[in-house]
Design a protein around this ligand. Structure first.
Ligand code: RIB
Length: 295
């Protein structure tokens, strides 16, 4: 695999939150109460995770997001700065508090409910404000925890500027054809495919979006169609202890490998490696690996 000494420039537009994790012996069903054995807080949010993930892998990252005017918002900003992420386009809103993801974690599996709060307040103006960095970057990374109008606007702008665009299509949301057609790569969870594409024909969807759609499951397997055949990759080297954040980690690794002009197959293998590493430690963001530990 090739990793030049250059630092790819990436703009990440997305969410930032606090992950409030309740460790339990069981993920609760509906109408059920379970007791947590203990709880912990970590920095999270799919956008911030990918900003930190790509920065730790050597990218020069600008993050575009929104926090409330509250101590948590300040902590999130400080953490991003400590992670070498540029926060000049993280704006504060007085209309909402900083976002919180409420996570139940049991034996590594998890379920999440996100209170987007300030993440709902990312605006089109922020995308206009960051335009000069979009222009000078090699990749724009998006996820689906901010308003879809902002995603659409960013995709349009980045496309007009001839930029490479990557989308981690999570949480699963029905996506307009225009977004699906305009982005250069889409990473999706297998259990969310039917929501995203509005149909259930997994093989047909993979074939339609060949070399572009990468579908992942909780075993850290990734599948895509390369034009001739389905390609399956799985990293079995690490035991997955905490599975939350593996999609963000995969996206970060895939994106960095792509920026360094590796083959699609190598990008997938590197994405799988990064996601397997994050699963060995606690915190979707704090457990993300550094490039020096991987190559
Ligand atoms: O992808 C993992 C992230 O999703 C949720 O939004 C949590 O914030 C967590 O950090």
């Amino acid at each position: 695999m090739n990793f030049s000494s250059e630092h790819p420039k990436i703009v990440v537009v997305g969410s930032c939150s606090l992950d409030l994790i309740l460790y339990t012996d069981k993920i609760p069903c509906s109408n059920e109460t379970v007791m947590a054995t203990y709880s912990e807080n970590f920095f999270g949010g799919k956008g911030a995770n990918q900003a930190v993930g790509t920065a730790r892998l050597g990218a020069n990252v600008h993050f575009v997001g929104c926090v409330g005017i509250d101590p948590l918002g300040q902590q999130i900003m400080r953490n991003l700065v400590n992670e070498n992420v540029n926060v000049g386009f993280v704006y504060e809103t007085d209309q909402e508090a900083t976002g919180i993801a409420y996570v139940t974690s049991c034996n590594g599996d998890f379920s999440v409910v996100v209170d987007s709060a300030a993440n709902k307040k990312v605006t089109l103006k922020q995308i206009d404000d960051v335009e000069r960095y979009i222009y000078s970057s090699s990749l724009i990374l998006l996820q689906l925890e901010i308003p879809i109008q902002v995603i659409e606007y960013t995709v349009k702008k980045a496309k007009n500027l001839g930029k490479m665009i990557g989308l981690y299509a999570s949480p699963g949301t029905k996506l307009p054809e225009e977004i699906l057609d305009s982005v250069d790569f889409i990473i999706a969870r297998s259990n969310e495919l039917s929501v995203i594409f509005g149909e259930d024909k997994r093989e047909e969807i993979l074939k339609k979006y060949f070399n572009k759609l990468f579908v992942r499951d909780e075993t850290n397997s990734t599948v895509y169609f390369n034009g001739n055949e389905m390609k399956y990759f799985r990293n079995e080297n690490e035991s997955m202890v905490y599975k939350m954040g593996m999609g963000d980690a995969f996206t970060s690794g895939f994106a960095i490998a792509l920026c360094h002009k590796n083959t699609i197959e190598d990008c997938v293998k590197f994405g799988n490696l990064v996601s397997s590493k994050v699963s060995t430690g606690k915190g979707a963001q704090s457990a993300l690996p550094y490039l020096k530990d991987l190559i």
